[in-house]
Write a protein that binds this ligand. Structure first.
Ligand code: CO
Ligand code: CO
Length: 367
């Protein structure tokens, strides 16, 4: 497995004409090494040369963790005194033959801290952005990754079930969100949640990016949850909408339309078609019911280690879906000032269609 992933990254590097990669903590580093490091005041850098053993510069304190890495790594540890760090970088750069070559970095992750040490130790090298190839590296999930995502979905769904009894008239969005966080951890989520859950009541549910407030729940309100769990670094991202007591007739109607749009999107999902077709399939259901102008965002986004990654599900996206790609299908209808319904599921492309990893009912359930 580990060498599979290393071979994959080496192929990508050859394709892009890169002689090496320099990664600091983030999903790509976790993907390749299985090691979780945080960005901190001390640099941690993985160097992958096109040939030869990958090396890692890291604090002495962390060096023993390399024994558990998915691939053999040569450590260049440094001590507490920052004056010694440059030397560790110089030795690592030498071992990875990094001088005078093209080195790919993640433009959105690499910091001035790490880059300046690298540039000083390898003054003849060119450092360039390799984000695009790295996002392709992780785009098709293998079985182990899909299993972690399946579990992340199950944990999130268990947590919501455990939270629903707390939905009562008078509770605030923030209180209910707090309860959901507790239940996510209790159900077995990694302690680092993929994002803070959204709990939105009534008119707030019409805002797709609402944040939990002190708004209190009233009868007749819609109750929207957008939440997720994390399992071995892989995430789920789910949305369900309920009502407290009898909902307005129009809310019932839009809930039916959104459910049909969600189903159409998930059914359209399969390998060999452009990602945009999934968006169109969902969007058509909403447009033909006359609510097109109230579906104000794209149908979905890729998920895996990150909440937003390729493939993005928007109408114009011509990227061809392939087995192992995972993304959300999350159509919604938002009536400004009144309320909104969104139904978000997680799917992964299989050999003959798509598997939906989420299973909670999609009807507008009255609590
Ligand atoms: Co979501
Ligand atoms: Co989402």
């Amino acid at each position: 497995m580990s060498t599979d992933r290393l071979n994959k990254v080496l192929r990508l590097m050859r394709f892009e004409g890169l002689d090496a990669l320099a990664l600091n903590p983030g999903p790509s580093l976790v993907y390749l090494t299985g090691l979780h490091f945080h960005l901190m005041e001390r640099p941690v850098v993985l160097l992958i040369p096109a040939s030869g053993e990958p090396v890692m510069v890291l604090p002495e304190l962390e060096a023993s963790r390399l024994e558990h890495a998915r691939l053999p790594l040569r450590a260049f540890p440094y001590a507490d005194n920052p004056a010694t760090w440059e030397n560790a970088f110089r030795q690592a750069v030498q071992a990875a033959h990094l001088n005078g070559v093209r080195v790919g970095v993640e433009a959105t992750r690499m910091r001035f801290l790490e880059l300046s040490y690298l540039q000083k130790s390898a003054p003849g090298s060119n450092f360039e952005a390799a984000d695009f190839s790295l996002s392709n590296l992780r785009i098709a999930k293998d079985r182990e990754e899909v299993e972690a995502m399946r579990q992340a979905a199950r944990i999130a769904e268990d947590a919501l079930q455990a939270t629903l009894p707390a939905v009562k008239e008078g509770i605030s969005e923030a209180e209910l969100a707090g309860e959901l966080v507790v239940q996510l951890l209790r159900a077995g989520s990694d302690s680092e949640l993929p994002f803070s859950p959204i709990v939105a009541f009534g008119e707030n549910s019409a805002n797709p990016h609402s944040t939990p407030s002190d708004r209190r729940l009233k009868r007749g309100d819609l109750v929207l949850f957008d939440w997720g769990a994390s399992c071995q670094g892989y995430i789920s991202d789910i949305t369900r909408t309920f009502s407290l007591g009898e909902p307005d007739g129009e809310f019932r109607r839009i809930a039916e339309i959104v459910k049909a749009a969600n189903e159409a999107g998930r059914q359209a999902a399969r390998g060999g078609i452009p990602a945009g077709q999934v968006d169109l399939a969902a969007r058509q259901e909403i447009e033909k019911a006359g609510y097109g102008p109230y579906f104000i965002h794209r149908t979905g986004h890729g998920i895996g280690m990150e909440g937003h990654e390729a493939p993005y599900i928007f109408a114009e996206n011509q990227q061809i879906l392939e087995e192992g790609m995972a993304f959300t299908v999350e159509p919604g209808i938002y009536l400004p000032g009144r309320g909104g319904v969104r139904i978000e599921d997680n799917v992964v492309i299989t050999g003959d269609g798509a598997e939906t990893l989420t299973s909670l009912p999609r009807e507008l359930i009255q609590l």
